[in-house]
Design a protein around this ligand. Structure first.
Ligand code: A3P
Length: 328
């Protein structure tokens, strides 16, 4: 996917650029934040991914791009998109999702351009299945000009925060380096995250949905939980592969819903004990992608004050857009 010379040149530009960018610290916890030229807070490593994607990725009209802010349901949607688009190639009894974590089934663009391992995808679909956490306005121009399809899922920010904080807890080697929950809320509210502000991320794709009708499908984690069956049918239609009446009669939609359910995936051996190789030097345990899989778990973790602070930002950012009704 990435031409080696072009990639090396981008990496050199990144190395030169980072020290010239202003840093932002928050409670001494995150000290690698940089503001890129489009005024979005990114970590140095995310900025590297963004630059590599911008320089090395050219979207095709047939591409299917799953875009998410971390912890909004990426793993679930990767599994569903893979299962829907590959349903004619695999039997449910010996499906790749039984032995591979969903992240091994659909590669993340930022990782792909860094690793140069485009061939590792397990998909047999003629469409390229790709995922990204990159904010909408930082995607390469070819994504809009190619007319490729984008699926975006978002979730109540209070649950996103709680999910993110737990992941951070799991990934923090030294307990003393984990910020207290209140500082975690502060970090989240101040947009200090790998891919910038949750609220700006959602707004970017929400606006793209109006700008490119029929090319962006917006889903919410809450709707998916409430009625997975209908959402899967909607997803298949959007992807240009609606279920036939024969498939519906044979229970294919139900099979896909069951295969990709939290209960099923999280109990598979591969997801309980397996590891995912993200880059040549970094691997992650598959079980970190599965925690509770519930709506409203924030109530068990956040104080009223923390919840009110997150609600206020949502109202300030989303007020008048129609987004509030999706996250309440
Ligand atoms: P919780 O931490 O609230 O449990 P992402 O995949 O974007 O990192 O999001 C992770 C969140 O999605 C976690 O939420 C995780 O438990 C949940 N999740 C993972 N797989 C899921 C599935 N198949 N169905 C529903 N939720 C799932």
């Amino acid at each position: 996917m990435a031409d080696t010379n072009k990639k090396d040149e981008t990496l050199r530009r990144h190395t030169d650029l980072v020290p010239t960018l202003p840093s932002r610290e928050n409670g001494g916890v995150t000290n690698k934040e940089v503001i890129n030229d489009q005024n979005t807070l990114l970590t140095s490593s995310s900025l590297k991914g963004v630059m590599l994607v911008q320089q090395n990725f050219i979207a095709l009209p047939t591409d299917i791009l799953l875009a998410t802010y971390p912890k909004c349901g990426t793993t679930w949607l990767k599994a569903l998109i893979f299962a829907i688009t590959n349903r004619s190639f695999f039997d449910f009894a010996s499906h790749p999702l039984l032995t591979n974590n969903p992240h091994g089934c659909i590669p993340t663009l930022e990782g792909l351009v860094q690793n140069n391992n485009a061939s590792t995808t397990l998909s047999l679909s003629s469409a390229r299945l790709l995922a990204t956490h990159i904010p909408c306005h930082l995607l390469p121009a070819s994504v809009a000009s190619s007319g490729c399809r984008i699926v975006y899922i978002f979730r109540n920010p209070k649950d996103v925060f709680v999910s993110w904080f737990h992941m951070k807890k799991l990934m923090t080697v030294k307990e003393e380096e984990l910020p207290p929950l209140s500082l975690g809320v502060d970090i989240f509210c101040k947009r200090v995250n790998h891919f910038g502000s949750y609220w700006d991320h959602v707004l970017g794709y929400w606006n793209a949905n109006s700008e490119f009708p029929g090319k962006v499908l917006i889903l919410t984690y809450e709707d998916m939980k409430k009625d997975t069956f209908s959402c899967v049918k909607r997803l298949a239609e959007f992807l240009g592969q609606p279920f036939s009446s024969e498939e519906e009669r044979d229970g294919v939609v139900e099979e896909i819903v069951k295969l990709c359910s939290f209960e099923h995936l999280s109990n598979l051996e591969v997801n309980k004990t397996g590891m995912l190789q993200f880059t040549a030097n970094s691997a992650i345990q598959n079980n970190v992608f599965f925690r509770k899989g519930e709506v409203g778990d924030w109530r068990n973790h956040l104080t009223d004050e923390m919840a009110a602070r997150l609600n206020q930002i949502s109202e300030d950012k989303f007020g008048g857009t129609g987004l509030m009704s999706h996250i309440n």
